[in-house]
Design a protein around this ligand. Structure first.
Ligand SMILES: N[C@H](CCC[C@H](N)C(=O)O)C(=O)O
Length: 287
C-alpha cells in the first residue's frame, strides 16, 4: 500500500487529506483514530477525503471524519483546504467548486490571493439537520447545564452547534463545560460548542470545543454558527471578523434564509505517503 496524503490546516485546525478519486481509501473508525493520533499516527483534528461526485453538477464528494473516528456532516476549515488540495493535486483547474457533503452542498471559491471563500449554505435553527430532543427554536433559551442555567442558541451549519455568550472568551470553561454540552441530551447527535465574546458589531472572539475532537484552534462551521447566533442576539451586523485561537475568519450572513459566506486561509504543510496503516494507540498509553 502506498497511500498519498497531504497534511493541511486552516488557522491551526489541522487535517490529513486523501485523494479518494485516484486512490482507493478504505477507512475504518479504527484507522481514522490511528491516523489522527498525535503520537502513534500522523495527528490531526479531522481526516478529509475527496471522492468522485455521485450527483451531476457537483465536482466532488467531500467526506469528513473526526479524530474520534466518527463521520460528520460538515467542516468549514476543511472545505477551504480540500479546494486548495484539489487544485494543487491537478484534480481540477477550476477556481469555483461545488462539493457535496452529508450536510449539504457547499461552494468554495479560490481567490487570487490564495484565500478561499466558501458558500456554506443556509443555516438552520431547528429541524432535521439539527435534531433536538425538545424541538423548537432554541435562541438564547435557558438550558440546565451541570446544575446551572445557561442561555444557549442551537444552530446548524449542516452540523450541529451549541452557541453561548460569555464575558471573556479566553477564560471560557472549554474543557469542563464543552464536553457537558457536546453530550447534552438536547443534542441526540451531540454538538460542537462555541463560547462567544462580542467585542463590537463587526468583531467577535470565539473559542471552540468540537464534537469528536475537543478543543481546536479554529472551527469554520463554529465561526459561522457564532455569527448567526450573534446576529440573532442583535449584537453584530451582516459581516464580522471572527477571532479564533489560530487566527481570523471573515463571516458574512445577510440574514435568515440567506447563505453564510466564510473567507480564510488554507495551507498545505507537507505531503506524505502511508506505507501501512498506523498502529492503534495501546490501552496502556491512555485515551
Ligand atoms: N473544524 C471543523 C468542524 C468539524 C466539525 C466536527 N467537529 C463535527 O463534529 O461537526 C470546521 O472547521 O468546521
Amino acid at each position: 500500500m502506498n497511500l498519498e496524503f497531504a497534511k493541511m490546516h486552516g488557522l491551526g485546525n489541522d487535517f490529513v487529506v486523501f485523494d479518494g478519486v485516484r486512490q482507493a481509501v478504505e477507512l475504518t473508525r479504527e484507522r481514522i483514530r490511528a491516523i489522527a493520533d498525535r503520537r502513534f499516527g500522523i495527528g490531526c483534528d479531522q481526516v478529509l477525503v475527496l471522492e468522485p461526485a455521485e450527483r451531476s453538477g457537483v465536482d466532488f464528494a467531500y467526506r469528513i471524519y473526526n479524530a474520534d473516528g466518527g463521520e460528520v456532516e460538515q467542516c468549514g476549515n476543511g472545505a477551504r483546504c480540500v479546494a486548495l488540495f484539489a487544485r494543487e493535486a491537478g484534480l481540477t483547474d477550476k477556481d469555483r467548486l461545488r462539493l457535496e457533503t452529508l450536510g449539504g452542498e457547499i461552494m468554495p471559491r479560490i481567490l487570487p490571493d490564495g484565500r478561499v471563500t466558501v458558500d456554506m449554505g443556509v443555516p438552520h435553527l431547528e429541524g432535521a439537520d439539527i435534531p433536538l430532543s425538545e424541538p423548537g427554536e432554541w435562541v438564547r433559551a435557558p438550558l440546565e447545564v451541570a446544575g446551572e442555567r445557561r442561555r444557549i442558541t442551537a444552530v446548524s451549519v449542516g452540523n450541529p452547534h451549541c452557541v453561548l455568550e460569555v464575558e471573556d472568551a479566553t477564560a471560557a470553561p472549554l474543557s469542563t463545560l464543552g464536553p457537558v454540552l457536546e453530550h447534552h441530551p438536547l443534542f441526540p447527535n451531540r454538538a460542537n460548542v462555541e463560547f462567544v465574546e462580542v467585542r463590537s458589531p463587526d468583531r467577535i472572539r470565539v473559542r471552540v470545543w468540537e464534537r469528536g475532537a475537543g478543543v481546536t484552534l479554529a472551527c469554520g462551521t463554529g465561526a459561522c454558527a457564532s455569527v448567526v447566533a450573534a446576529r440573532l442576539w442583535d449584537r453584530v451586523g451582516p459581516r464580522a471578523e471572527v477571532e479564533l485561537d489560530g487566527g481570523n475568519l471573515t463571516i458574512e450572513w445577510a440574514g435568515p434564509e440567506e447563505p453564510i459566506l466564510m473567507t480564510g486561509p488554507a495551507v498545505i504543510t507537507f505531503r506524505g505517503v502511508l506505507g501501512q496503516w498506523p498502529a492503534s494507540r495501546p490501552a496502556t498509553a491512555g485515551p
